[in-house]
Design a protein around this ligand. Structure first.
Ligand code: ZN
Length: 313
C-alpha cells in the first residue's frame, strides 16, 4: 500500500490515492457527507463556500445554505448516511466521527434510538470501515449538566472517544468531564490551537489528559510546545482546508503542519466538515503534495500515523 500511495501522489492520480486505506480522525458526523450526495437527494445545489473570517461566519453560511435542505430527523439520518457514503468512496478505513450531545433530541431524547440509527447506517453503508463513535460537546454547556448527560451516554458503552469544541479558552476547565471519560477508557480529544495559542494547547492537554488534539496548529508558534507534544506522543488531527477556509492559514504551501512534522509531532490529515469545505482526506493529501509542502514518502508516513493501533478502539 505504501508504494501504491507514493506512486499515486507522484502521478497526481486522485482516484488511486482514494484506493489506498486512510484514516479520518477529525470528522463531525452531521457534516461528513459531500454536497453532490445531498444535492442528488434533495435536488438543490449547494454552492462552494467562500473563505470565512471566523466560525460565526461559517455557521451563518451553514444555516443559510445547508441546514434548510436537511430538516428534522430525516435530514439528520441523511447526513449520517452521506458521511458513511463519503468515507467509503474516499477509501477511509478507520473513521472517527463525532456526534454532539443534544443530537438525541432528533430521536425524542432517546440516546438508544440515536445509537441504533448510527449502527444501522454503518452496517448498511460501510460495514468494512472500522468506525470509532465519538461523542462531542460544546464549551457553553455548564460542566455539571455535561457530566450528567455524559453519564447517560456512557451507560450505552457505545462511544469510544470524547471531544470538546467551542470557546477554546473554556476548554481546560472541563477536567471533571474528561476524567469520567478517561475512567471508561475513551480516547480523549479537544478542539484547541485552531484559534487559540500554543500555551492553551499545552494547558488543555495537561489539564484534560488528552491523547489527541483537534487542529492544534497554533503549537507551531512555540518550539517548546512542539517538543513537549512530540515527547509526550500527543497526536494532532489536522484539517488543512478547514484552516485555509477559516482564515487560519494563507494557503497549503505555508501550512504549519510542515513545521509540526519537522519537530517530530505526530500529525494526521483529516476532513473536518466535508459538507462545507468539500475536500476529502484523499484530496487533502493531493493538495499538500501539490502545494510542495511534503514529498510523497512523508505524506505516506502521515497516512500511516492515522492507522496505528492507538487510534483503534
Ligand atoms: Zn472540527
Amino acid at each position: 500500500m505504501k508504494q501504491q500511495f507514493i506512486t499515486a501522489l507522484e502521478e497526481h492520480n486522485l482516484e488511486r490515492v482514494r484506493q489506498v486505506p486512510k484514516g479520518d480522525l477529525h470528522n463531525h458526523i452531521t457534516r461528513g457527507g459531500n454536497k453532490r450526495y445531498i444535492t442528488a437527494w434533495c435536488g438543490t445545489e449547494i454552492p462552494e463556500c467562500p473563505t470565512f473570517a471566523d466560525l460565526g461566519e461559517m455557521n451563518r453560511w451553514n444555516a443559510r445554505h445547508i441546514k434548510p435542505l436537511l430538516p428534522g430527523r430525516t435530514g439528520y439520518e441523511k447526513r449520517i448516511e452521506a458521511a458513511f457514503v463519503q468515507a467509503k468512496s474516499d477509501g477511509v478505513q478507520l473513521l472517527h466521527m463525532s456526534v454532539t450531545m443534544g443530537e438525541e433530541e432528533w430521536f425524542g431524547g432517546s440516546i438508544a434510538a440515536l445509537i441504533q440509527t448510527i449502527q444501522a447506517v454503518h452496517r448498511r453503508i460501510a460495514p468494512e470501515i472500522h468506525f470509532v463513535p465519538e461523542l462531542a460537546f460544546l464549551t457553553h454547556t455548564p460542566i455539571q449538566v455535561t457530566c450528567d448527560k455524559l453519564e447517560l451516554y456512557l451507560e450505552h458503552n457505545y462511544f469510544k472517544s470524547l471531544d470538546i469544541f467551542g470557546d477554546e479558552s473554556a476548554v481546560p476547565a472541563f477536567k471533571k468531564v474528561f476524567r469520567m471519560a478517561k475512567a471508561k477508557g475513551l480516547i480523549l480529544k479537544a478542539h484547541v490551537g485552531e484559534f487559540g495559542t500554543s500555551g492553551l494547547v499545552k494547558q488543555a492537554v495537561e489539564e484534560l489528559e488528552l491523547d489527541q488534539v483537534q487542529h492544534g496548529i497554533a503549537a507551531a508558534n512555540s518550539p517548546a510546545v512542539m517538543n513537549w507534544l512530540a515527547d509526550h506522543r500527543i497526536q494532532l488531527n489536522v484539517c488543512p482546508t478547514s484552516n485555509v477556509l477559516l482564515s487560519r492559514v494563507a494557503n497549503y504551501s505555508s501550512h504549519p503542519i510542515r513545521k509540526l512534522y519537522d519537530y517530530g509531532v505526530k500529525v494526521t490529515v483529516n476532513s473536518d466538515d466535508m459538507i462545507i469545505f468539500d475536500q476529502s482526506v484523499s484530496e487533502e493529501f493531493v493538495n499538500l503534495y501539490r502545494g510542495g509542502l511534503f514529498n510523497a514518502v512523508e505524506l505516506n508516513t502521515i497516512r500511516e500515523n492515522a492507522l496505528t493501533d492507538t487510534n483503534r478502539k
